[in-house]
Design a protein around this ligand. Structure first.
Ligand code: EPS
Length: 374
């Protein structure tokens, strides 16, 4: 079973992660992880923290001479902005953040004790784990991309663009958007939000191509891979909605405008001309690209704060103002990729098993043979 845990606070010494269950024999270097960490730091609209940090992972265990050993892979990423014990006490919870529910639930008197762990800074560790999962998936021809499709109500038009085009264009864009015209408007929208001391959310899309038919299962709710992917993406700080393929739009269309008709070609095997299902039928991958979209709310630290209540005096006060981001939707896309990478790697190992990359590959090949793909 592939699993991971993360530890660390936003302004603590460091973030840590342990990935357990990864096969032996996978090539892994720190720079593979660092390239993904750098992508997570990008994005027009981010706050001052990203100019302080230069996230870099150190591999502490599970790797020798550039290859995984099959044991737990322990990672550490230092926080350059480490000052947890010097930070001021926080008494005015921010609406929308974990602040108030956290102090009530954990019996704390300082909101700082909550926000430090609830912070999206934790996603640095997730992206590091996801980077390893990506390398594993690449061995089986799976690649993952993300792009921003909306920010603050400005929508991109990327219909008809190939996976490669989306990946390449979004990687070059300051807002990770593959539509140049929308990119400009999104940046103007972010400037506007910053000027009015507000925050904005948006929608990002994650696409995974190359997954074989048959990952996940319809036999139990918790084996439906589409559901697991949605839960994983929903767990990203600030995400409020996730959809697969056409998603909510399917509810408004008749069946013949939704379902992807089936074709057969000697070379390609079974295939579809459309992908409204977003790569899933019955919670199982159908060989088409996996497409997920997620909506993030605007971040809850507003420079012009909302009304709140002091947790000790119970008096009306405005919420705490902390350094934060105007928007972080581009970074959320990268985190979404990491979560999708982890879930896909996990389902790969569930289906094909193996303690070494060679063993998993043999099993994978045998399966492709069974379904007539080789
Ligand atoms: C983040 C680091 C944080 C925030 C943001 C994400 O750094 P700081 O709080 O020191 O500015 O920029 O976290 C939040 C928006 C949040 O709600 O906690 C990061 O590394 O991504």
């Amino acid at each position: 079973m592939l699993r991971f845990l993360t530890g660390g606070e936003s302004h603590g010494k460091c973030l840590v992660a342990i990935l357990e269950g990864m096969v032996a024999g996978l090539g892994l270097k720190e720079q593979d992880i660092n390239a993904e960490l750098a992508r997570r730091q990008e994005g027009y609209g981010r706050g001052g923290r990203m100019t302080i940090e230069k996230d870099e992972a150190e591999i502490l265990s599970g790797v020798r001479r550039g290859q995984t050993l099959g044991g737990p892979i322990a990672l550490v990423i230092a926080n350059k902005d480490f000052k947890i014990n010097e930070l001021p006490v926080v008494k005015r919870p921010r609406p929308g953040h974990a602040d108030l529910v956290g102090v009530m639930k954990y019996g704390r008197e300082d909101v700082r004790d909550i926000l430090e762990r609830a912070s999206a800074r934790e996603t640095t560790a997730r992206v590091a784990v996801g980077a390893i999962c990506r390398l594993f998936l690449a061995e089986f021809g799976v690649d993952i991309a993300s792009h921003v499709v909306a920010i603050g109500g400005v929508r991109a038009n990327t219909s008809g663009l190939s996976f490669e085009r989306i990946q390449e264009a979004s990687r070059r864009s300051p807002v990770h958007c593959a539509d140049k015209a929308a990119e400009k408007k999104m940046m103007a929208r972010i400037d506007g939000a910053r000027a009015s001391r507000d925050t904005i959310g948006g929608v990002f899309e994650v696409v995974a191509k190359g997954a074989p038919v048959g990952l996940g299962s319809f036999v139990h709710y918790d084996r439906r891979l589409n559901a697991r992917l949605c839960a994983a993406v929903m767990s990203i700080q600030a995400v409020k909605g996730v959809e697969v393929g056409l998603g909510f739009e399917t509810a408004a269309r008749p069946g013949r405008q939704v379902h992807d008709e089936i074709f057969y070609d000697k070379k390609k095997g079974f295939y579809r001309k459309t992908n409204n299902a977003g790569g899933f039928e019955g919670g199982v991958t159908n060989g088409e690209p996996i497409v997920l979209r997620a909506a993030t709310k605007p971040y809850s630290t507003l420079m012009s704060p909302l009304r709140s209540v002091h947790i000790d005096t119970k008096r009306k006060e405005s919420a705490t103002v902390e350094r934060s981001d105007v928007t972080a939707v581009p970074a959320c896309g990268v985190i979404g990729e990491a979560m999708v990478a982890f879930e896909l790697a996990q389902s790969f190992l569930e289906k094909f098993g193996g303690d070494s990359l060679g063993e998993t590959k043999r099993n994978f090949k045998g399966y492709l043979n069974q379904i007539g793909k080789i």
